[in-house]
Design a protein around this ligand. Structure first.
Ligand code: SF4
Length: 118
């Protein structure tokens, strides 16, 4: 579904039919410790770009609304986890890099760490 920011996001849900006025982020909604979600958060949320960059079925995302510091704008904080290797994914848009090992080639992390002068 397209977010108020105009990007496709599988976690956004809206229903305006027949007088209803429902909007929610199902990713943040399931994090009970997060401050409440507001539609404006979609404008700076990294999740749609992460999902575009990494379609790994083992990537599990968690998100929460960040704390407001010094009156600045709140942002969505995202963490990733690999359900195949049971490890934190430091860069969810890139992935953990292990799935590429099954295919026999270098992982995206190997490529990123290669010395360009080699
Ligand atoms: S806040 Fe992020 S994850 Fe939630 S609906 Fe908006 S774009 Fe999607």
């Amino acid at each position: 579904m397209r977010t108020p920011a105009g990007k496709e996001c599988q976690y956004y849900y809206a229903d305006f039919h027949r007088g209803r006025d429902v909007q929610t982020c199902r990713l943040i909604e399931r994090n009970r410790e997060s401050p409440p979600w507001t539609p404006g958060l979609c404008h700076t949320c990294p999740v749609p770009d992460i999902l575009m960059a990494n379609a790994c079925p083992h990537l599990v995302l968690d998100a929460q609304v960040g704390k407001r510091l010094f009156g600045l704008v709140q942002r969505v904080e995202v963490t990733g986890w690999c359900s195949e290797y049971f490890l934190d994914v430091e860069h969810p848009a890139v992935g953990c890099g292990h799935c590429h090992e099954h295919r026999g080639g270098p992982s995206i992390l190997d490529i990123a760490q290669q010395d360009p002068n080699e």
